[in-house]
Write a protein that binds this ligand. Structure first.
Ligand code: ADP
Length: 212
């Protein structure tokens, strides 16, 4: 919960009181507002969870001094690939363009990853790669995907412990929709997941969840 603009009037008042008088006990805040401690409990919990206030046992609440932007940044820095990645959809290098198009529709994804005989990443196929191949004169039933794919080592990848914000920057810089999540092995890159613009949107929206 990092939406500063959504603090209610009472929460704003509590912040003011703690700013001016902290460290202060919940009891004392309640007294100043003419409310019971129980009434205030949810507000204090929200303000603490959001990072505006900190609570020390036997001391009370104090103001952390962090701005909404700082708190938002702190929360962004907790969003990792491993917690949001989607399942990857792969095809073999020998698959035909026709088969790849069918897979893209059946699996309802916008990007396919191509793997070699040792099941390691060798290429990427986007919607436009397949469209481009389709408007040529080639026979889609015999044309293998490895002729038209974007191939290694030019593929942008990420790993499960990367921050989503770094992946988002890479998607923007490279003007692509998706990167594979890979695990480095002796044979190459094993494809373990997928991060797309939808993944980034989902993570972005998750920042507004109260239980984030
Ligand atoms: P679309 O073609 O649907 O616009 P993209 O913007 O993702 O989709 O793809 C643009 C080009 O970039 C395509 O040729 C595709 O093969 C390539 N591409 C897609 N993903 C990656 C990636 N992770 N690394 C390198 N190139 C990629």
């Amino acid at each position: 919960m990092v939406r500063t603009i959504e603090l209610n009037k009472r929460q704003e008042k509590i912040l003011e009181i703690v700013k001016g008088n902290g460290p202060i006990t919940g009891e004392n805040i309640a007294e100043q507002l003419n409310l019971t401690r129980a009434t205030l409990r949810p507000d204090l919990a929200i303000l603490t969870m959001a990072g505006f206030l900190d609570a020390r046992p036997r001391v009370g609440y104090f103001y952390t001094g962090k701005s909404g932007t700082q708190l938002l940044t702190e929360n962004l820095m907790k969003l990792y690939v491993r917690d949001f990645q989607a399942v990857p959809v792969v095809v073999k290098e020998q698959s035909t363009v026709y088969e790849a198009i069918v897979t893209m529709f059946l699996e309802d994804v916008g990007t396919l990853f191509v793997v070699d005989d040792s099941v390691c990443l060798s290429g990427v196929l986007s919607r436009k790669d397949l469209l481009r191949a389709s408007i040529g004169q080639q026979d889609l039933n015999t044309l293998p995907v490895n002729v038209i794919m974007t191939r290694m080592p030019n593929i942008a990848v990420c790993e499960k412990d990367d921050l989503l914000i770094d992946v988002a920057k890479n998607l923007l810089e490279r003007q692509i929709d998706c990167v594979p999540v890979i695990k480095k092995t002796a044979k190459g890159f094993e494809v373990t997941g997928r991060v797309t613009k939808t993944t980034i949107s989902r993570a972005f929206v998750s920042l507004t969840d109260d239980d984030h």
